[in-house]
Each structure stands twice: as C-alpha cells, then as structure tokens.
Design a protein around this ligand. Sequence first.
Ligand code: SF4
Length: 372
Amino acid sequence: MDRLRASGEVTSEDARMTIKLAKEFGFCYGVERCIDLAYAALKVFPDKPIYILGEIIHNPEVNDQIRDMGIRFLSGPNKVADIDDLGADDIVIIPAFGTEVATLEKLKAKGCQFVDTTCGDVMSVWKRVRNYAKEEVTSIIHGKAYHEETKATSSQATSKNGHYLVVLTLEETDYVCDYIENGGDKEEFLKKFEGAYSEGFDPDQHLKAVGVANQTTMMRGETEEVQRRIKAAIERKFGAAKVDSHFRFFDTICGATQERQDALDVLLQKPMDLLLVIGGYNSSNTAHLAEMGEGVLPTYFIKNAAEMADASLIRHWNQHTNQVDETRDWLPDGTLTIGVTAGASCPNNLIEDVICRLLELRGSSADEFLSN
Ligand code: SF4
C-alpha cells in the first residue's frame, strides 16, 4: 500500500486498465490510535477480562479480528455480555466515536477500568456542545441521530442541562428554519423529529437561541449549508443586529474526513470510467465518499474484494435504500480507468485485496504486481 500511495496508480499488464487512487484514503489517525490502544490493552492486562462497548470501528473484518483476539463485545452482533454483568476487575474499551455520558457513569459506578480511545476531534465537538448548553443555547447537530458518535455528542448537551435537536438533511433543515421563522404545528414537529431531540425539548421555546455543530464525518458542503440556512432564518426572525445573541456555529468536521473528501474531489476531476469506494456499510464517512462519486460517475460502494464476484457481477451497498444491490456487466471491456478510495475505517489489506482482484479480473497477475 505504501508503494501504491506513493505512485497513486497502477496499470494492468496489458495496459488496458489503470487504477487511480485518491491521495488520502483509508485509516485515519483516530482509528489507528483506537486499534493500537486495543492491542496495548491486551498486553497490559493479559489476565483480565477486556470488553468493548460496541464496534471498535465500522468495519466487520476488524471487529471480527478484535473478537478473535479475546476482546468481548457489549453490543452488536458479537455481543456476549451486558454492562450489568461487569464488575470492578473488568477493563472496558471505549471506541473512537466515544460513548454516552450515562453509559460512562454506569461503568464508573461498577468500578470498571477504562481504555478510552475517544478521538480528540470528537471530544472537541463535545466541548462545543457543552458550551452551548452552558449558554442556554440549543445544539442543532447535523448528523445521524442513531450514530454512536452523535448519540454521545447529544448526551454532552443534556449532561449540562441543555437541549439538542439532530437534523440529517437539508429538507429537515428547511423545516426547522420555517419553524424558527414562522412557528408551526408543534405536534407535527415533534413527530417528524421523534428520537432526534432531548427530553423536554419544545420547539416553541428551544429554537430561539441555537448553535450548530456536526458529526465529525459529515459532508462539509452540506454542513456549511445547514449552518447558512439556520443563520439566515435567525436573521429573518430576529434581525441581523441580533444574530450574535441567537446563533452560534463551529465547524466540527474532522481533519481526516476533510482530507479524504478533498482528495476524492481532486480524483473526480480526472477522466475515469467508474469509482470503487471501499468501507463498512454502516460507515458514515465512507457513505459520504460514495455520495460524492455518485454525482459524477458510476460508483460502487463495496465492503471488500469478494463483492466483485466477476467481471459481470458486483454486489454493492445502496445507501439510499439501505440494501445490497447487484449490478451486471459493471466492468466493461476495452480500455478502462478506475478510481479507488476508502473510508477512514477501512484497513490497508482490504484496499490491497480490491486492487489485486481488479487486476485479476483483467487477467493480470496480482502476484507479479505485489512482488515488484
Ligand atoms: S473519522 Fe475523524 S473524528 Fe472519527 S476517529 Fe477518524 S479522525 Fe477521529
């Protein structure tokens, strides 16, 4: 992968297929640190039970490896125990996207020891949201309400007696903006955002002073649009002179997410026939990379090389229907240029597998490529 990163592209033996890589792709610093700390925990506590709250990262292969190394899961498909089963001797790993304040308190009450791998970029969002709460400003979080990171961030607001509302789309943002400006049907509002606001949240009371934050892995352009639209609604409602007392904003997209989006932006300027985006199907940052590709050329979001059954069939994630689609004749004959990128939770070996598989499908020897 180091060689591929340096060269940025690889060509098949018959020179009929060129694979171009984005300049930045794959594991981010937060995920690398998280996995390093999990390995370190096994060494430091060889005789103690080690648990992890949920998926270490959004990649099934990596989670299976962690489980096979003896780390026990407290949620998800690999779950073997509940927090209620834990005691003072147990070690608990907190994943890179952090956890909710109430979960942390519960673990503390049980006397568990933590290996806290929460990414610093996630903690900076928490700080921002806590400050909003202290100033009695409601946090409007651009993110996915069910995502572990957003749940953890939301809990930071309520831990300081603040309120939050999570918006995912521009359509939802416009609905909130209209409510800020003109009021509306409170019951309808609460039903529309069910599960995405704090207990006791009242849109008539809690949208008078708002601060925008975001899940670290959102699309920057969309997050900026969310804040622009909310600021404009506040301006129309309270007047430009009073914006500062009713509106706050802080860009909390993390550096790694931004670098991967920027690098894909550059790659998409080049003439290419199709794009492969590699990553776990529940990975938010990978989904955004796929979304960027979809707007430009045929894009296939795959979790590993096995999804490329052969040149006539590829299985790939459709993030709009939440299902795996099958596309026939996805790898046309003739000279092809294929772009490849990967999300922040995708390990190098899966990216290498995909590149080797592409070469194989075109009759090139991946072994020869790897030994060069
Ligand atoms: S994607 Fe960003 S916030 Fe998440 S772990 Fe990686 S660096 Fe940290």
